[in-house]
Design a protein around this ligand. Structure first.
Ligand SMILES: CCCCCCCC/C=C\CCCCCCCC(=O)SCCNC(=O)CCNC(=O)[C@H](O)C(C)(C)COP(=O)(O)OP(=O)(O)OC[C@H]1O[C@@H](n2cnc3c(N)ncnc32)[C@H](O)[C@@H]1OP(=O)(O)O
Length: 240
């Protein structure tokens, strides 16, 4: 099973997500941050060559950034260390500012081989299974210190972020197209722990035309932490 099949599910129409023709690949790889069309309607297919972007150690880079965010969350630097950190961060920001590109080409969010597609704004999750027939996905998500709400528990908003993306993934599987969230309801059933691999399942309870009614659960072992009830609407061609 290839990586794309693994992520998009057996029998899914990958053409909806992955550039499969030379024209699509060219369109997916030519736009730049200064491209006037970079905000044109519709989601662009991902250039399959995207796996090379950011270099062979890009995943390691993202892991270090995540660790940095965790360390910042609970750090109390001395004034001297604060001076040093600010100088170091200025250097790092200058480096990163020199390699800014548009959202369609940045590896963050398009590296489907990395946890949460390499997107640091999402809690890291990995895909365990995609069931095209059931319109269902199984994921493992781990909230870390960066996602702290209080008293060693994940922030409720971070739980919703995870459900939004994983529910969006399930709706993409169920409708065979990219969807946007219409509504997202989260029931917080018990405390969601940090630094613990949690099992998330999201599935299409019902599909009605463009509307996918997605249910979901998040478990710590046998304990139910949270439930999702969401409506995701498949975008029409060219719809932003
Ligand atoms: C490039 C990388 C790609 C990677 C791909 C990897 C593959 C994996 C695939 C994927 C994983 C990624 C997953 C990401 C997931 C993230 C999702 C988000 O966070 S999206 C941001 C938050 N949401 C918004 O910003 C929406 C803002 N709202 C809108 O844009 C529109 O309102 C929209 C699109 C939701 C609907 O607008 P309309 O014009 O298209 O359609 P209308 O006619 O209004 O609604 C359609 C039907 O839905 C009902 N509806 C709409 N909203 C409703 C609501 N809130 N409650 C109840 N019904 C609602 C309507 O009543 C209508 O129903 P009737 O057809 O008449 O039966």
């Amino acid at each position: 099973m290839g990586v794309n099949t693994f992520y998009y599910g057996e029998g899914m129409n990958e053409a909806d997500f992955i550039a499969t023709t030379e024209d699509e690949r060219a369109a997916a790889s030519t736009a730049t941050a200064s491209d006037d069309n970079s905000h044109r309607g519709g989601f662009r297919p991902i250039d399959p060559a995207v796996g090379d972007r950011g270099g062979p150690r890009y995943g390691e880079f993202i892991e270090q950034v995540r660790l940095f965010m965790d360390n910042v969350r609970l750090a109390c630097p001395t004034p001297e260390m604060g001076d040093d950190l600010i100088d170091t961060l200025k250097d790092l920001n200058a480096k990163l500012a020199s390699v800014q590109i548009d959202e369609w080409h940045t590896p963050a969010g398009t590296r489907i081989d990395l946890p949460a597609r390499g997107n640091i704004t999402l809690p890291p999750f990995t895909v365990d299974n995609v069931d095209k027939d059931a319109g269902a996905v199984d994921m493992t998500v781990t909230f870390t210190n960066y996602h702290l709400g209080g008293n060693n528990a994940a922030h409720g908003g971070q739980v919703a972020v995870a459900f939004d993306d994983i529910g969006g993934y399930a709706s993409a599987v169920a409708t065979n197209g990219i969807c946007r969230t219409g509504y997202l309801k989260v029931d917080y059933r018990s405390v969601t722990p940090l630094n613990t691999p949690l099992k998330v399942r999201a599935w299409a309870d019902r599909v009605d035309g463009r509307k996918a009614f997605i249910k979901g659960t998040m478990h710590d072992g046998d304990r139910l932490c949270a439930e999702l009830d969401g409506l995701f609407i498949r975008l029409n061609p060219g719809q932003p």
